[in-house]
Each structure stands twice: as C-alpha cells, then as structure tokens.
Design a protein around this ligand. Structure first.
Ligand SMILES: [Zn+2]
Length: 88
C-alpha cells in the first residue's frame, strides 16, 4: 500500500494513521492527527501555526527531520485544506 499525503498537514500517512469521517469510515485525504470524526482536530489552525509545529517537532526530535519539515511546508499551500484560503 502506498502512503498518502495528508491534505491538511502535508505529511505522509499510512492506512494505520488515516483520519476518520463522520460515519466512521476512513478518510482518504487526511491523517488521524488532523481529522477525526469528520472534523479537523484544530479547526482554527493556520498555516503559520502548522509550520511552527513542524519546527517544534524537529527540535524535539519527534520523528521529523528538518528536511521533511521544509518539504512539507513547501507543499502546504497546494493542499486541499489550504489552497482555497487567501489569508496565509
Ligand atoms: Zn495531517
């Protein structure tokens, strides 16, 4: 199975870390950290806050390298959750 890219946080996710839809089916677009029971976990999250989170993760060594963080940040504005917004 190929991992997808979460359309909210830009990080790869696997079948085990898929988000959940309102009807408890698995989300094909979002990971479990971003999307649960049909809602975004942090609905008011901004792109800037996500970027800050990445760097926090890198600093704390939570399984994200600086390179991965920069890669994810690059694609963030193209993701489903963000590309319709103009205020980032
Ligand atoms: Zn995500």
């Amino acid at each position: 199975m190929k991992p997808g890219i979460c359309q909210s946080c830009g990080l790869p996710f696997t079948d085990e870390s898929k988000g959940t839809n309102r009807d408890q089916t698995e989300s094909e677009d979002y990971c479990i950290n971003c999307f649960q029971n049909g809602n975004f976990v942090e609905p008011s999250l901004s792109l800037r806050e996500i970027e800050a989170k990445y760097f926090e993760k890198v600093k704390k060594n939570e399984g994200l390298t600086l390179e991965e963080a920069q890669e994810a940040i690059k694609i963030l504005p193209t993701l489903k959750r963000w590309k319709i917004r103009e205020d980032f």
